[in-house]
Design a protein around this ligand. Structure first.
Ligand code: F0G
Length: 352
């Protein structure tokens, strides 16, 4: 039978009951793309799990479909979340689909344009604060305890349940687990979900376990630097988080798997962002590219061995953040007159 969406596909791995609504936007089932040029250049076997092809353009749809379905099942009036943009877009879409209210709290001026446009279109109620994600999360946690709105940040266990299916798909697509899983880290839910997923898949299918290698942005690298960061900063706004909620789970994933939570600089993120677009035709948002930057860094230090089979999670679509693309690349289109010969003349000049 054709693909019926994530909950249906993985119902035997998820706490689904007879009463769980059959909610789906056909999330999941994303491609695993081999990076042939970069693999050759870097001397290893790299694949990207292109989560930007989910219905709202990020990996959040995997967790959100299940968290919203369970909130509906429990009779909640609506859902509430703090967000750097992607969680909000996913919560807004799935709550619209489920006929529930959606309240999102975001740091003013720090949300990529595409993400904000999505939340507006899906009809969420949007609250901005003059503060950061960590402060927004504190607000929604308290509000969820004191209202009939369900909290759908990744501290909601159903979010991690849904997101662990990314690990299942990788094992199915590769026919085995990779040696290394490289993943961006913000609030640290996804790295925790993937580790859970690889362990559960191993129990049923006897696959091996990858080293979990998580990458924060240097200016918000709370886990890697082992300190809360009061004023996190990075160009990768999606992971601009200074006190990750799933900190302990992420540390456990790295330790148990003999991996590491490390950081990469904004410069390294931007370089990776451009590299995968230009050499592979894959456009992912800046935060996603922390995984690619991290692979480059750890191949150089020898922490990742040459010849390894590596999967990098590209968490969000590049189209989410058009401003960074346009500001970062100073290349402007060339203006020509609309005459028949203009383009040929231009080409002749350009090759000179
Ligand atoms: N990549 C992207 C594109 C994200 O949007 C996020 C998190 C992450 C990576 C990090 O994942 O938090 O599970 O470690 N975005 C959240 C949001 C915080 O509100 O959209 P994590």
């Amino acid at each position: 039978m054709s693909y019926q969406g994530l909950i249906e596909q993985y119902k035997n791995y998820l706490p689904v009951t007879d009463k769980t609504p059959k909610l789906t936007l056909m999330e999941g089932n994303t491609p695993l793309i081999p990076l042939e040029n970069l693999s050759k250049e870097w001397g290893c076997e790299i694949y990207v799990k292109y989560e930007g092809l989910n219905p709202t353009g990020s990996f959040k749809d995997r967790g959100m479909v299940f968290a919203v379905a369970k909130a509906k099942e429990a009779g909640s009036k609506g859902v509430i979340c703090a967000s750097t943009g992607n969680t909000a877009a996913a919560a807004a879409a799935y709550s619209a689909r489920a006929g529930m209210k959606c309240l999102i709290v975001i740091p003013k001026g720090k949300i990529a344009l595409g993400k904000l446009a999505q939340s507006v279109m899906y009809g969420a109620q949007i609250i901005e604060i003059e503060g950061n994600f960590d402060q927004a999360l504190e607000m929604v946690r308290f509000t969820a305890e004191n209202s009939d709105y369900a909290l759908v940040n990744s501290v909601n266990p159903y979010r991690l349940e849904g997101q662990k299916t990314g690990a299942f798909e990788i094992c199915e697509q590769l026919g085995e687990a990779p040696d290394v899983l490289a993943i961006p880290v913000g609030n640290a839910g996804n790295i925790s979900a993937y580790w859970k997923g690889f362990k559960e898949y191993r129990e049923k299918h006897h696959t091996s376990l990858p080293q979990m290698r998580g990458f924060e942005a240097e200016g918000s690298a709370a886990i890697a630097k082992n300190t809360v960061i009061e004023n996190p900063e990075t160009i990768a706004t999606a992971i601009r988080i200074g006190n990750p909620a799933s900190w302990n789970l992420a540390v456990a994933a790295a330790e148990e798997s003999k991996g590491k939570v490390d950081f990469v600089t904004d410069e390294e993120i931007l370089e990776a962002y451009q590299t995968i677009a230009r050499t592979e035709g894959v456009f992912a948002e800046p935060a996603s590219c922390a995984s690619i930057a991290g692979i480059k860094k750890q191949l150089a230090t020898g922490e990742i061995k040459k010849g390894s089979k590596i999967v990098a999670i590209l968490t969000g679509n590049g189209l989410k953040d058009p401003s960074t693309a346009m500001e970062f690349l100073s290349i402007k289109p060339t203006l020509l007159k609309p005459g028949k010969t203009e383009l040929v003349d231009y080409l002749k000049q350009a090759v000179k």
